[in-house]
Design a protein around this ligand. Structure first.
Ligand code: NDP
Length: 339
């Protein structure tokens, strides 16, 4: 198939200091690359916008190398194969991969690349949310790292977001009592109405002692498992109410991604309570997708798992769409429609 368009690509040209700014990026137009033997060309249709992308912009050790200055912004995408020199990835098929904020990407089929079937799910974008890495983050983070038991109390921060909304619903399916923390009355209403949380806590406008008091009131018998997406004062406050032998699953620390780390005051509680705080990164579970994806696909198909996606339009709008994650104005999994 002839491809005569240019490839728009969103490049990182300067490392952000604090919140990313327009000067940190440049939108360029380049020739569409040609696949070599073993490669294929993907027309990216949708890109996943994830808080983790902020960390990839920094030059510091992490689970993935920093994005080099001048390179395209790395992103999970789904798209359609337009040219192929790889028999396993035929033209016309939808594919999910780690590509970039660009119209076209070259892939070799390695790493996280997999063919996906748009007919098998309510929306093909679900492969970037509940039936993709976000769903697997909630699934393995909660069930494998957190190991909830029926009857336990689970506290989730960032509870109205992509990961948090799924964690709350899965914990509920496992027979737990769920408490969600989110910003603002509208999001707290969604926690109760849409994601089945038993209690919602609005952290906005609350002082640190008020946050501790609100968690204590919501969990009179203490918290057994805290699924942490936010960090900072919320993590610190949760430590006070954690039960003996409780678990804290460290999934993310979004409140810290554009600022200096928050000095935790209550780490002693882990010692006093014989509790466990364990971080995890979803990529370490990627090879176990066959355990999670059938459950997640079935739950979504059966309507047991509500999936909210917030889709913004246009590759050129990458930055304002990405910043919504830090403003808290995304309503569900943040996705950018590139085409
Ligand atoms: P969300 O859809 O939850 O969007 C981000 C939300 O974070 C915002 O809507 C906002 O919600 C909240 N937020 C932003 N800034 C702050 C702040 N300063 N204080 C408190 N809340 C804030 O994003 P995801 O579900 O994609 O990601 C959630 C977390 O999970 C992130 O920390 C992310 O890095 C982590 N993650 C970890 C993975 C892993 O493998 N360990 C994989 C995927 C995600 P509100 O309006 O309620 O404040």
């Amino acid at each position: 198939m002839a491809v005569d368009r240019l490839n728009r690509s969103y490049k990182l040209v300067r490392r952000p200091q604090g919140m990313p700014a327009a000067q940190d990026f440049r939108l360029v137009e380049e020739a569409v690359p040609e696949p070599a033997e073993g490669q294929f060309l993907v027309r990216n249709h949708y890109a996943s916008l994830d808080p983790a992308m902020r960390g990839w912009m920094d030059d510091r050790p992490s689970y993935l190398p920093p994005i080099p200055l001048g390179a395209s912004m790395r992103a999970g995408t789904i798209g359609v194969i337009e040219k192929s020199r790889n028999a396993d990835f035929p033209v016309g098929r939808w594919v999910s991969s780690h590509n970039a904020i660009e119209d076209y990407s070259l892939c070799d089929g390695g790493g996280r690349t997999r063919l996906v079937d748009p007919d098998g799910v309510p929306s093909v974008t679900n492969y970037l949310s509940a039936i993709g890495t976000v769903g697997m983050t909630a699934y393995f983070g909660l069930l494998d790292v957190g190991r909830p038991k029926a009857g336990e109390t689970v506290l989730v921060s960032g509870a109205a977001g992509a990961v948090g909304s799924l964690v709350g619903q899965i914990a509920k399916m496992k027979g737990c009592r769920t408490i969600g923390i989110a910003g603002g009355a509208a999001k707290c209403a969604r926690l109760l109405r849409d994601y089945g949380y038993d209690v919602a806590i609005d952290y906005r406008g609350k002082s640190y002692p008020e946050l501790i008091a609100a968690i204590g009131e919501a969990a009179p018998d203490g918290v057994d498992l805290q699924f942490e997406n936010v960090g900072g004062a919320i993590l610190d406050a949760g430590l006070v109410t954690l039960n003996p032998y409780g678990r804290i699953v460290l999934c993310g620390l979004i409140s810290q991604y554009n600022s200096e780390p928050y000095p935790l005051r209550n780490v002693w509680q882990l010692i006093a309570k014989g509790a466990r705080m364990e971080g995890f990164i979803m990529t370490h579970f990627f090879h176990r997708g066959a355990e999670a994806l059938p459950d997640l696909t079935a739950w979504v198909g059966q309507g047991k798992l509500r999936v909210d996606e917030h889709i913004e339009q246009g590759l050129e709008n990458f930055l304002p769409a990405f910043l919504r994650l830090f403003e808290g104005t995304n309503e569900g999994k943040m996705i950018l429609k590139l085409t």
